[in-house]
Design a protein around this ligand. Sequence first.
Ligand code: ADP
Ligand code: MG
Length: 250
Amino acid sequence: MGNVILDVAGVDKNFGGLEALSDINLQIEEGTVNAIIGPNGAGKSTLLNVIVGRLPPTRGHVKFNGHELTGKRPYEINQMGVARVFQTPEIFPDLTLLQNAMVPALAKRDGQFNFKILKSLYHEPDILEEAEHTLKDLDLIQHKDQLASAMSRGDKRRLELAMCLVQHPKLVLLDEPTAGMSRHDTNRTIDLLKNIKERGMTKVIIEHDMHVVFSLADRISVLAQGAIIAQGTPEEVRNDPKVKEAYLGG
Ligand code: ADP
Ligand code: MG
């Protein structure tokens, strides 16, 4: 294995009596595309929330490039180069697409997001250029001056992706980036994800639809009832009887 950029070691997460994650061990190699798949309720979003600092683990550690993330605030983790797209889009509906794309770039540069930033958006030529570039990459540039609230669901999800990529993260975590999209929008998003040639960017994509990730991932980890039941290349995972059982509810 090359450089391990993300190391999840012995992570448990309990919600009261429910063990949502149990002894998760996961190593992500720099520059690779990784998928975490599993049925609804398997613990995928919980794992992502633990990694990005939204939820403290009950036990265990998460390290990024050798630095401890456990106990750090989400914005601190973000500034270290970890960006994420949550399952529910988090955009600013009353801002234009261009403003939406500029906000995270400024937040990354300046620290915790401050609404005063909004007044100065157009006094930031570098950030403006970066935001336009990213909107172009995601096929959104033609809508840059429209309000985010006016966009279709698929466009909103791609805007969130833009808000993530504009930060040039080292590691990006996507929670069901194609959820709620039509087949056409799903395929388009998969193609965009494949074509984004961010230098050295490592991707972790959470999906409950196995077929979405087979064409995308170098490695797949399968989560079921809070535990990793299989790990490997798409081919290895596809043929694993434990995986078939988890998906067929066996
Ligand atoms: P997935 O993303 O794989 O569908 P989740 O991580 O959302 O699964 O949920 C895993 C389990 O943890 C589920 O049983 C869910 O109901 C439970 N859970 C998730 N978040 C919370 C929470 N904040 N409080 C209590 N239970 C939760
Ligand atoms: Mg989820």
